[in-house]
Design a protein around this ligand. Structure first.
Ligand code: ADP
Ligand code: MG
Length: 642
């Protein structure tokens, strides 16, 4: 048989290579911008119309090319950036394969105009499907302009994979945004259909680039991330929990000035934010990671969108701890957003008077006139009443679950704290501020959560609208959303406890009718339900019999809680069971937390305030809403013109 293997003609080889490099107009934009950045450009303008398939122009003021290089640049494997294999280990430029221009040219029509810095004359080269159709001297500005038209005009098969114009345009915009974020030192200008989309300053400041590229709102929700560990440098910004997002689209990682996607980095980021961001919300970020060129292999992806770190653990830890400390670091609590003081101060004072709750002088007086002994007696009395009321909430005393009856189990964890019941009678007079030294170790102190660290100075002022606890701190006023705070605390406690929460057996089991889907979800996860403190049984006809519920839960809440839990189980179908469990606990925390608008015992609110004041993790509720808002003394003084 005759030989059948032939070497492919260069234009066919280029077409094949183009398949890897050029997937859509956005990939062309990325390659051209990277070339401009490698050419030392200070300004890069990207312009396109429609979906960037028919017209796309990238101009830069970089070093430009000589007439010879202007043609050579389109040859496959022609590059000025590396010359031998060793260079691959110390790549400092974006490009190095010498493939991009050849690949782009193979599937489009190109006009290139370029002039070397300092040359009097430039060059104009045109290509169609990779073949040079014109090569003439031309007058043009220093730097390089490339126009790419009719992408895939000669490869109709590839056209099928191109999406509609708006989708391609969106991807093109994203590609320029990523480049602008990766290079705050370059001024990027994006013009789409004749209109400027954004224009970065190019002054080297990442925050300002984020502001220009991602908008004011995204930039305002960010907090700084900084850290370094061995040779890994982390710098950038992550969204505060309140600014978390519904998708991962706001996560941007830049490794040695290359925008890349990386599961490793995503997971380090999300782990670092984990306890602060509600389930099914994601942090956004723009984080630059700088490592030694020898510690990262950029040659693992044809479009260089992924990289391989030689010491993954080190990179993971560096990012994780940097994010964690940004989240726990004292970035302060959300401050109340006030309008600048209006000229008519009297008018403002009147308005404010209607809406603010004044400090009750009585409680302050009590504080000053009460002795430690008085205070202790009062706390003990209150604790006794509180115990009585707490017992009322639980139908019978906790009875072991079916599983516990069969085999011995370690002591169940303490029932989550803060009785969900609202006392029917006022417990006591306004007690004084439980300042650290005076805090008694009465029974109530044992049954309610103890703040983990020293309680800083605070004065309990009162509660507004049965919702907001008002606290005076050293530097200002703190408003605490009691539901959000309690919800967060409950959630953390439930999550930390090792076994299921303590349960109450219902005297009369409750039968709830659910939708077929909901019933199926609950009944096919009885183990997970048991871990959340529920014993449920199938009664047929989409009815579920509930024999046991967590002790802190109100029996009246069974139906809504079960419905929500079913929804969470359905949503978490394909997720790992640990995530499903978190979702269930989150539902429980939400339903058992004190409700906004309900009456609460001031002692209970004080305890809650102390937890908030001492625990850095109680900043946001599991929905990501703030637990507190602070109004600093300085803000108040400004408002009152003091
Ligand atoms: P690579 O970037 O991998 O070297 P390319 O095909 O993207 O390969 O580019 C080939 C060469 O063309 C580059 O090495 C560079 O010398 C030159 N070049 C491309 N774009 C520009 C530009 N905007 N300004 C100056 N030189 C450029
Ligand atoms: Mg290149």
């Amino acid at each position: 048989m005759a030989d059948i293997i032939k070497k492919l003609a260069p234009h066919v080889a280029n077409l094949i290579a183009a398949g890897e490099v050029v997937q859509r107009p956005a990939s062309v934009i990325k390659e051209l911008c990277e070339n401009s950045a490698d050419a030392g450009a200070k300004n890069i303008t990207v312009e396109f119309t429609d979906g960037a398939m028919t017209f796309l122009r990238v101009s830069d003021d970089g070093c430009g090319m000589s007439p010879g290089d202007a043609v050579m640049a389109f040859q496959r494997h022609a590059t000025s950036k590396i010359s031998d294999g060793d260079d691959l280990d110390r790549i400092m430029t974006h490009g190095f394969r010498g493939e991009a221009l050849a690949s782009i040219a193979a599937v489009s029509r190109i006009d290139l105009m370029t002039r070397l810095k300092g040359s009097i004359e430039g060059t104009s080269v045109s290509l169609e499907g990779g073949s040079v159709t014109e090569n003439i001297p031309a007058g043009c500005p220093e730097g390089t302009t490339i126009i790419v038209r009719d992408i895939f005009f000669n490869t109709p098969a590839r056209m099928k994979y191109v999406k509609k114009n708006t989708t391609e345009a969106a991807a093109a915009v994203t590609a320029v945004q990523l480049q602008a974020l990766a290079h705050p030192e370059i001024s990027f200008r994006l013009i789409r259909d004749g209109r400027e989309v954004f224009h970065t300053a190019g002054a080297g400041d990442l925050k300002s680039a984020i502001y220009d590229v991602c908008g004011r709102e995204f930039a305002a929700g960010l907090t700084e991330v900084k850290g370094s560990y061995n040779d890994v440098e982390i710098a950038g910004y992550v969204t505060r929990p309140t600014a978390s997002r519904g998708t991962r689209s706001g996560q941007h990682f830049i490794v040695n000035a290359r925008p890349i996607s990386s599961k490793l980095l995503t997971s380090a980021l999300e782990e670092g934010c984990k306890t602060r961001i509600p389930i099914s919300r994601y942090p956004g970020c723009v984080i630059r990671i700088t490592v030694k060129p020898t510690s990262v292999d950029v040659n693992v992806h044809p479009a260089k969108q992924e990289v391989k770190f030689s010491r993954e653990r080190e990179v993971y830890d560096s990012l994780y701890y940097a994010v964690l400390s940004a989240m726990t670091g004292d970035e302060g609590r959300p401050e109340m957003q006030l309008k600048p003081p209006v000229k008519d101060i009297v008018k403002t004072a009147q308005i404010t008077n209607q809406t603010t709750v004044k400090a009750e002088p009585k409680s302050d007086m009590t504080f000053r006139s009460m002795t430690v002994e008085d205070y202790r007696r009062m706390m003990e009395k209150a604790a006794a009443i509180s115990d009585k009321t707490a017992q009322k909430a639980v139908i019978p005393a906790p009875i072991p679950t079916a599983a516990e009856r069969d085999e011995p189990r370690p002591e169940p964890p303490k029932a989550p704290v803060m009785p969900a019941v609202i006392p029917e009678e006022p417990l006591r007079e306004e007690p004084p501020v439980p300042v650290k030294e005076e805090a008694p170790q009465g029974p109530e102190q044992q049954s309610l959560p103890l703040p983990g660290a020293d309680v800083p100075y605070y004065k309990y002022i009162g509660e507004a609208f049965d919702t907001y606890i008002i606290i005076e701190e050293k530097t200002g006023l703190l408003l605490i959303d009691k539901h959000a705070a309690h919800e967060r605390i409950m959630f953390e406690k439930l999550k930390e406890s090792e076994g299921p929460p303590m349960s109450q057996l219902l005297i009369v089991p409750e039968i709830v009718k659910l939708s077929p889907k909901e019933a199926q979800a609950i009944l096919s996860h009885t183990d997970e339900m048991a871990e959340a403190g529920f014993e449920v049984e199938d009664m047929g006809d989409d009815c579920v019999m509930v024999r046991q519920i967590p002790s802190f839960m109100e029996p009246g809440d069974i139906l809504p809680v079960l419905e929500e839990m079913a929804e969470e189980l359905l949503k978490g179908r394909n997720k790992p069971s640990t995530q499903r469990k978190e979702r269930l606990l989150y539902t429980l925390a939400c339903h058992s937390a004190i409700r906004a608008g309900s009456r609460s015992d001031p002692a209970e609110l004080r305890k809650l305030a102390e937890e908030v004041l001492t625990r850095p993790d109680v900043r946001y509720c599991p929905h990501g809403r703030p637990v507190t808002v602070s109004l600093t003394r300085a803000q108040l003084e400004r408002q009152f013109g003091r």
